[in-house]
Design a protein around this ligand. Structure first.
Ligand code: FAD
Length: 350
């Protein structure tokens, strides 16, 4: 029997229309850390049709190996085709960890693969680490708890985000998790970094794929929070939709690359659309500058923005939890302070 602790760490390299998604690079960053800790190779699993050239980018972002499954049947994502090929590949190679993005595709594929392999899956992880787990239910001969070494510690908010749970799957491997976009950091691209490309068959011959894609209609969002180096975010404390609109003026004064985000309460109050929501059930962002206006700082919001490089928080309540993560805090009325900021920026010439 092969030693399962020697198995690779895998990252599902998601691509659409021959373009790798940002999450693929984010997962490689974390995957590199996990693989190095375990002393095993990091492999990216790349599935699609005519996508071999994408392997270069995966190597340059940290993959030692790219496991390529290239087949015209995999051109457009379809659950059954991807699931079948992925399951066969896992059975053949035996990775110890497989990580997917918590994207539309990842959220569809990962549970289907986990179910077919009868292993566990932790969804929407916010952190992954390698550690030891002492299993109280399984005892050694001397009665001490069995120690499972080097398992994947899968962290995610639980009970409405009020606690961070650490979930382990020490027995039914591979250990599988999905990770939300924007949570992990990609490694800097190392131009010219190479690796091993291994081509695998899709094993789809004779497999009945019941779905035929007739047309793809994309809903495009005009809000690019993830790509914005500056985010001005507002919460219920802005008090009204009209007051919230001042945040767009502040973003405009800060330059074209600043975007407006919001807390869930602000979205629920109708101050702006859901595309702008930041947090556990919104987007995860890490801009260079995050200006928080009238947001209390509930844990479900903080998980989506606390990795920002610099945080300025404005709140009337000096004890608001947002100040715990802020680098600069202003205790005061955002509706007075935001116009002052706009004036000051304009006076300085933007
Ligand atoms: C499962 C689950 C998922 C969730 N997901 C998210 C999520 O993705 N994102 C998210 O944001 N929330 C999420 N929430 C909701 C979260 O718990 C909070 O309710 C929400 O973040 C509160 O938004 P808020 O801070 O804007 O509003 P409030 O909690 O009402 O806080 C308003 C703040 O504004 C301050 N304030 C009032 N007037 C002013 C003023 N004039 N100037 C300056 N400050 C002022 C107040 O002191 C207060 O701190 C989730 C909750 C659950 C249970």
């Amino acid at each position: 029997m092969t030693d399962r602790t020697k198995g690779e760490v895998w990252v599902f390299a998601e691509q659409e229309d021959g373009r790798l998604s940002g999450i693929s690079f984010e997962l490689l960053g974390k995957g590199r850390e996990l693989a190095d800790r375990l002393g095993v190779p990091l492999a990216a699993v790349l599935m699609g049709s005519g996508v071999e050239s994408l392997a270069v980018g995966l190597f340059e972002h940290g993959a030692d190996t790219v496991r390529l499954v290239d087949d015209p049947e995999l051109k457009i994502y379809r659950s059954k085709a991807y699931r079948h090929s992925m399951v066969e590949l896992v059975k053949e190679i035996g990775p110890q960890i497989v990580v997917f993005g918590a994207t539309h595709i990842g959220r569809d594929l990962a549970p289907a693969v986990a179910s077919a392999l009868r292993c566990g899956l932790t969804a929407d992880c916010t952190d992954l680490r390698i550690g030891d787990y002492s299993d109280p239910k399984t005892k050694n001969a001397d009665g001490t708890p069995h120690l499972c070494k080097g398992v994947l510690l899968q962290m995610r908010p639980a009970f409405g985000g009020n606690i961070i749970a650490t979930i382990v799957n020490p027995y039914n491997w591979p250990q599988m998790a999905t990770v939300r976009e924007g949570v992990m950091k990609p490694l800097d691209r190392v131009s010219g970094r190479g690796g091993t490309l291994v081509r695998h068959p899709s094993r789809l011959e004779g497999v009945d794929i019941p779905v035929e894609v007739l047309e793809i209609v994309r809903r495009t969002s005009s809000v690019d929070l993830k790509g914005s180096p500056i985010i001005v975010a507002g919460g219920a404390g802005m008090g009204s939709k009209e007051n919230f609109a001042k945040l767009f003026d502040l973003a405009a004064a800060l330059g074209g690359s600043a975007a407006v985000g919001a807390s869930r309460a602000a979205v629920d109050l109708g101050y702006c659309e859901h595309d702008r929501q930041i947090g556990q059930t919104g987007q995860t962002v890490r801009p260079r500058l995050f200006i928080s206006c009238g947001i209390s700082g509930a844990v479900q919001h903080l998980v989506g923005m606390q990795e920002s490089a610099k945080i300025i928080a404005i709140n009337t309540d000096k004890d608001a939890p947002v100040f715990k993560v802020a680098h600069y805090g202003i205790v005061g009325d955002a509706n007075e302070i935001v116009p002052k900021m706009i004036r000051a920026i304009k006076q300085k010439g933007g």
